[in-house]
Design a binder for this molecule. Sequence first.
Ligand code: LLP
Length: 434
Amino acid sequence: MHRFHYAGADLHCESVDLAAIARLYGTPTYVYSAGTMADNYRRLLAAFGALDVRICYAAKANSNLAVLRHFANLGAGFDLVSGGEIRRVLAAGANVETSVFAGVGKTEDEIALALENGIHAFHVESEPELARINHVAGKRGVAAPVAFRINPDVDALTHAKITTGKSDSKFGIPLRQAVAAYEAAAKLKHIRLRGVQMHIGSQLTAAAPFAAAVEKLLPLVARLQADHGIEYFSIGGGLGIVYEDALASGAADWWESRPEDRRPLTPEAYGAALGPLLEPLGLKILLEPGRFLTGNAGVLLTRVEHLKRGAGRNFLVVDAAMNDLVRPAMYGSHHECVPLHRDSSRRALVADIVGPVCETGDCFGRDRRLQEVGEGELLAFMSAGAYGFAMAGRYNSRPLPAEVLVQGSAFEQVNARETFEQMTAGEKIPAFLQ
Ligand code: LLP
């Protein structure tokens, strides 16, 4: 469910006409629905019933300060992966005391920053990393709270680039080494064992891999609870969203209208599969969703530059490109493309939707079917709220796009389009070239 819908012929985000946003702030522009994010947050929490659950929003999915503040206001902690993300949470006016710090290559400075700000725990990926955390905590005369990330060696059945729970990935420590790792860690003076963590991949569309991984880890978790008094089990993120039928999936009755074998994983089914496995532990459970909370809460607005009729192919050239939304080029992922103004009297058009960047890979979709549209008309790429702006770059010297947050009938630009001066601010011509 999400709050993007046509009111009459015009696509709205909550109560706001998206064309009005495009006119005010130009394109390409990301637009997010605060209401959808709140719905997703509450729905996921409710799916675990009475279980003691904390949602640590994976900031990497969308780390705009306004988005972080919104989740902090809702009661979320954060799953953070860099000093930059820690600083973003602080800049958003939130604290990191309910947040966790993950990642395979934390630097000494990042570890110190996390300790200084009272991080809830470090999610540790290796023994050398643990030694570094112990060292930095020792210099500050404190004990660092930690949880090991355990790799359960389970196939998440998702895209190869975002599967993380198999033993050949760089993530976590193998299950069979876990007990020894905790025992060694317990002997370190500046380490305090606080939890255990897993994360098997992203955009999972079935509950079975999550359940298999949790089941594999349960005996270990119970043992760590008994031997080391750990307080929590984080089961990571990974809950997938709808990309193919994104616009229609906003309707309340969409899920039931789908054939049974084509219904995506819901938070309720995720909670129902995992809740009963986790409940007997009596531990606090952490969830680290990114995509589920923000993915379908965002669109990327773009304007048509030209309809280019090629040899046997049509190319709809738009003003957004792979630098703004890299997922199609990087993962071959699908983002539904819809017109902001719907006109059923128009003929259909089948075209490749492409950006202006000088690579054939700069393509949002091949042979897409939509109503005929011409120069200057506006389109939206759906499901772009997660890993959209967060992965944007400046390739072809294209500035970072603008971002707007909507709540009800209110909206504000929460990130201005980058200027040329900002883009080049750190660059200079060296003296030897002048
Ligand atoms: N926890 C950990 C330790 C993670 O590595 C990730 C994502 C998450 C939580 C959040 O996963 P989510 O709930 O969003 O699936 N750029 C890719 C996705 C990369 C995910 C990386 N890790 C994409 O656009 O599909």
